[in-house]
Design a protein around this ligand. Structure first.
Ligand code: HEM
Ligand code: SF4
Length: 552
């Protein structure tokens, strides 16, 4: 994990001190809310339905156990004893008091964390594949590049006031787990035939009210040109992005309106101009310096097979289900990657308590080199667990509530905070998620359904990624009634697609029966071993619509 140097430390502390003085002026009334608003947003502080909300950056989802302990301390001292993992790998606190926020920022700074650029029209927290560096199908470890981009984009003066917020995501594996095609810029690190590292760059993806899949602006930007090429893209956006209309301000609209060819031409021109201005390519020494923070931990040389694991798998059915569902193959023999599920009936997706945070920090120290990762699907990961330790870890995870064997199933749904917290919401989403996870809690049935991505948002802003759910649910408000509109066929993976709306929405009581019908239709129509998305793509919307709206 990257460690701050003196400059990083100083900048973050100075920022916390500045904000403290701004908060003091707000509290005395010297600053009005309109004046304070841009200042607080630059520090990740939102004003929500019932309280302030503070969004803390977790760069590319990596945290240390020390940082997790500090998050636990913040949750218990300044909040109501919990935090919420978001779809951008960040953590949010829902109940901080304004006068406590400077102390929270100081506490965060003491463990190299902050809330800078987690809001506002700037380059936001950079997300990445949660299995970067450990997964077997990786071609290039994207973490050093994500870190270089983090350093480059934080406080970049030219890009502090973009037309709109801006999101980067990185992957370096053959399977995209970072939804790079749904980001303003998605970076897919790969190698060319000569074995050199470069990036396939997608631009103009995003969700919100106009969902769009990113378009390829370059098939291969060599690593030395990563910063200059990105700068060229940002310059074109900064210059031509629509500032007159908030709803048309994202780069996806610019690329769409300008057309990809013209956009790419302008980017190439800017890139040439940058080189002529004397823009420096990213040098190998700098890449190596940052990469040194991401070298493998002190893995032991272990055999591929673990006799104790095999024995426990044979003896314990529950353990074997968990192993099948939540554990993944590690690149290093004798190790495994463990997903901690933050999804279960009765708990809002992504929430974890201060006590659970402490438990996770201890488990990370004991089993995973003191490191924890957050995923864009609102779960956590211990990335480096010895196979011999899996059974013990499973016992401990059971005790702290993270061993639900439901990763990748319908229960593993993504859900935004909705009307329980969010000022922009049209409908509640957390209680609906609970109704759904409680209704579909028969694991045999869920396993039989196979991989199913269910995603729900409480409004069109799409924080819950409903557009890319195999089944998406969107909360809408029709004449004062909360309704839930269903989409089918979305995917955030390599086969990216935007879901299609089925028809009129359902009320709170109708949404679970509607899902039951959709799932029953899938079971009827699927061919051998076919997953939901494949069936939908083969048969189309009609049969689903016919069963769902048969009696309407
Ligand atoms: C509760 C306070 C929140 C507010 C006020 C808020 C606001 C918004 C708004 C206005 C958008 C639309 C942006 C646009 O189209 O330009 C958006 C998108 C998004 N938000 Fe949130 N959000 C909140 C919480 C969350 C949470 C909890 C998550 C994660 C679970 C999240 C993740 C996202 C994502 C991934 C997008 C889609 C970005 C895209 O357009 O591609 N947000 N949010
Ligand atoms: S999708 Fe809408 S309701 Fe949900 S968190 Fe985002 S802005 Fe709020």
């Amino acid at each position: 994990m990257y460690k701050y140097d003196e400059n990083d430390r100083r900048i973050v502390l100075e920022r916390a001190a500045q904000f403290k003085s701004q908060v003091e002026r707000r509290l005395t009334g010297a600053l009005k809310e309109e004046e304070f608003r841009p200042l607080r947003l630059q520090n990740g502080l939102y004003l929500q339905l019932h309280a302030y909300m503070l969004r803390v950056a977790v760069p590319y989802g990596l945290m240390s156990s020390t940082q997790m302990r500090m998050l636990s301390h913040i949750a218990s001292k300044y909040d109501r004893g919990y935090g919420h993992m978001t779809t951008r790998q960040n953590i949010q606190f829902n109940w901080p008091k304004l006068d406590d926020v400077p102390s929270i920022l100081d506490d965060l700074a003491s463990v190299e964390m902050h809330a800078i650029q987690t809001s506002g029209n700037c380059i936001r927290n950079i997300s990445a594949d949660q299995f970067a560096g450990v997964i077997a199908d990786e071609v290039v470890d994207p973490r050093p590049y994500a870190e270089i981009m983090r350093q480059w984009s934080t406080f970049h003066p030219e890009f502090a006031y973009l037309p709109r917020k801006f999101k980067f995501a990185f992957t370096g594996a053959t399977t995209d787990r970072a939804a790079v095609q749904f980001h303003d810029i998605g970076f897919h690190a790969l190698k060319n035939d000569a074995g050199e590292v470069g990036f396939k760059i997608y631009v103009g993806g995003g969700m919100g009210r106009t969902p769009m899949i990113g378009k390829v602006v370059s098939e291969f930007v060599p690593e030395k040109d990563l910063l200059l090429y990105t700068e060229a893209i940002m310059r074109v956006y900064n210059q031509f992005g629509r500032r007159d209309n908030k709803y048309k301000a994202r780069i996806k609209i610019l690329v769409h309106e300008m057309k990809l060819e013209e956009f790419t031409r302008r980017v190439e021109d800017e890139f040439t101009a940058l080189l002529e201005e004397g823009g420096l390519p990213l040098d190998q020494a700098e890449i190596d310096r940052v990469a040194a923070y991401f070298v493998d931990p002190a893995y032991e040389d272990l055999p591929e097979k673990s006799a104790s694991l095999d024995q426990n798998l044979a003896d314990n059915r529950d353990f074997s289900f968990w192993y099948r569902q939540n554990v993944l193959t590690h690149k290093k023999t004798g190790y495994a990657i463990v997903n901690l599920s933050l999804k279960k009936p009765g708990v809002p997706p992504g929430d974890l308590t201060d006590v659970q945070m402490l438990a996770i920090a201890d488990l990370a120290d004991k089993y995973s080199f003191g490191e924890i990762r957050s995923t864009h699907e609102q779960n956590l990961v211990l990335a480096d667990v010895r196979k011999d330790d899996l059974f013990d870890l499973w016992g401990a995870l059971n005790a702290s509530g993270f061993a639900d064997p439901n990763i990748g199933t319908l229960q593993d749904m993504i859900c935004c905070p909705g009307l329980d917290f969010c000022t922009l919401a049209n409908a509640r989403s957390i209680p609906i998620a609970d109704k759904i996870t409680s209704r579909f809690d028969d694991m045999d049935y869920l396993y039989d359904l196979g991989e199913l991505k269910l995603k729900m948002s409480g409004c069109i802003n799409a924080c819950g990624h409903h557009h890319v759910g195999h089944i998406g649910i969107l909360g809408v408000n029709k004449k004062g009634t909360e309704l839930y509109q269903i989409t089918l066929g979305g995917s955030a993976g390599d086969d990216a697609s935007v879901g299609k709306i089925m028809g009129p929405g359902f009320d709170e009581d109708g949404i679970v029966p509607a899902l039951e019908k959709i799932l029953a239709t899938y079971i009827d129509l699927r061919e051998d071993g076919e997953e939901f998305l494949a069936t939908y793509r083969r048969v189309g919307m009609t049969p689903f619509k016919e069963t769902l709206y048969a009696n309407h």
